[in-house]
Design a protein. Structure first.
Length: 87
């Protein structure tokens, strides 16, 4: 589980959730294609190196069949912080 946590830290849990439906259909998507498929507010959020790293690590999660574990960790993390929504 430690490996998946390190990969998710590199991608970011929210970013992985953003990329997931797109990567599910095309693991070989390029950075430019990914930028065109996501909401415009995210397109300029990261520099080129960050985009490459995030997409590369997200692909690694898919290629190593770690998507279920990654989604579980994202859900656990969201649940852990959901109490803040009540304030």
């Amino acid at each position: 589980m430690e490996k998946i946590e390190r990969l998710l830290d590199s991608v970011g849990k929210n970013t992985f959730l953003l990329f997931y439906p797109i990567l599910k259909n095309n693991e070989n998507i390029t950075v430019e294609e990914m930028k065109n498929k996501i909401d415009q507010k995210y397109q300029e959020r990261w520099n080129t190196d960050s985009w490459n790293t995030k997409l590369s690590k997200a692909r690694t999660i898919f290629r190593n069949n770690l998507t279920s574990d990654a989604l579980y960790l994202c859900a656990v993390s969201a649940k852990r912080w959901s109490y803040l929504d009540d304030e």
